[in-house]
Ligand binder design. Structure first.
Ligand code: NIG
Ligand code: FE
Length: 405
């Protein structure tokens, strides 16, 4: 154990947002090693204990490190050309049907070596880390061959081993139909089920399996086959569902005990009920809503009423959400989806962690992991209210200060 790790570290007089709520009193927080060991109202802080600690900070707002539960941040190339086409009026679906969109990124991702993919992903991830993110989910889905999907997952794992961030990986083989399977989408699903999932599982490269259930991607029946294969390998599932239309992907995913259904702008009452019954999390992606100029709002009121946990993520990707700022999503979620600032923050902390099946993360509690952010603000709501870089005073990852401003 290093000297630093054996020392108790103390933050005084902080407003704590614990992942669900802002605690009523100003708090003292003590970290030992990688864990929070004390969380006490200032009025009850034992000064003898405090004197044993190294004081790390005073004042400000402390939140859990942000959890971004849905990203595609490993990819080759870029799609600014499509951005321009969309500004001229082309739709996301039209571009996809003409062989652009996801398939354009598939071409550049296949061409890139593992090292190149790693190198271009690092600054994206660093930007998110500097914005307070401590856990990130990274999906494959731009390889669409066994080797290229495994390559993406290895890059994601390597990022987590290299940078101060927890990375979880998701296999999204069923993201788009690759050109070599043009007239045989069931044949491609065979490949996903019989080769990709088994290989990724055996090599320990994957923590969950995802699908894109949509007219421009895969049908409910095809997604079900993918979920069955995931189940055989004991892997939890997620779905991109009800993003552009209501196909019933969410209800299917819920039947398979999905960790989450993501996007869900077109989700109906039956879909909300299915999520509630399954205990799945609804993941909102306001960056994609914004970028694609969507107008159909996800059923926030119904989700709230049903008590479905609502998570929030960047969906960072080169097409529908080229946005690498978790805190910007807090603002977008409030403005575009009318979440409260507290709901938005819970969505990027406790509920984001839940959408990854990592309920121990995204919260501040005694015994919990010391992944924390100290912000130079007075109330937690300010994080969503203003879009302003530079407010992260300290980022604490596994008990160590990884960033200091
Ligand atoms: O979450 N919806 C499908 N997949 C991604 C978009 C990927 C892309 O456009 O490259 C999404 O929005
Ligand atoms: Fe996505």
């Amino acid at each position: 154990m290093s000297d630093n790790q054996s020392t108790k570290r103390l933050w005084r007089d902080v407003r704590v947002f614990d992942g669900h709520n802002t605690l009523p009193e100003r708090m003292a927080v003590i970290v030992e090693g990688e864990r929070v060991t004390n969380l006490t109202p200032m009025s009850r802080l034992d000064e003898a204990l405090a004197s044993e600690c190294r004081e790390m900070g005073r004042g400000g707002v402390m939140t859990p490190g942000l959890v971004d539960c849905h990203t595609h941040l490993v990819f080759g190339g870029g799609r600014a050309d499509e951005f321009e086409k969309r500004l001229e009026g082309a739709s996301y679906e039209e571009i996809a049907q003409a062989g652009g969109g996801i398939l354009s990124t598939v071409r550049s991702t296949r061409e890139a070596s593992e090292e190149e993919l790693f190198e271009v992903a690092v600054p994206r991830l660093q930007a998110m880390i500097a914005d307070g993110m401590t856990t990130v989910e990274i999906k494959s889905g731009y390889g669409l061959t066994v080797e290229d999907e495994l390559k993406m997952l290895r890059v994601a794992r390597h990022l987590g081993e290299t940078l101060p961030v927890r990375v979880t990986t998701t296999l999204l083989g069923a993201h788009a139909l690759p050109p070599e399977f043009q007239d045989d989408s069931d044949g491609y699903i065979d490949l996903v089920c019989h080769e990709m999932i088994p290989a990724a599982a055996k090599q320990g490269l994957v923590d969950a399996v995802d699908v894109f259930c949509e007219k421009i991607a895969f049908s409910v029946a095809q997604c079900e086959r993918v979920f069955q294969a995931a189940r055989e390998y004991g892997l939890p599932i997620k779905a991109h569902a009800e993003q552009l239309s209501n196909l019933g992907g969410t209800t299917l995913a819920a039947r398979y005990g999905a960790l989450s259904a993501d996007h869900i702008e077109y989700l109906d009452e039956a879909g909300v009920a299915a999520l509630r019954e399954a205990g799945s999390t609804a993941v909102l992606l306001p960056g994609a809503f914004h970028t694609l100029r969507e107008t159909k709002l996800p059923p926030i009121a119904a989700l709230r009423e049903a008590g479905v946990p609502i998570a929030l993520a960047t969906d960072a990707n080169p097409g529908s959400s080229p946005i690498f700022s978790p805190t910007l999503m807090l603002n977008f979620a409030c403005i575009l989806f009318r979440l409260t600032p507290q709901e938005a923050l819970a969505g990027m902390t406790a509920h984001g962690a839940r959408a990854l099946g990592r309920n121990e993360l995204g919260r501040i509690y005694v015994g919990g992991p010391a992944d924390l952010c100290l912000w130079n603000i007075d109330t937690a709501a300010e994080l969503a209210y203003a879009v302003q870089a530079g407010r992260l005073k300290q980022r604490i990852f596994r008990g160590e200060v990884s960033h200091e401003n």
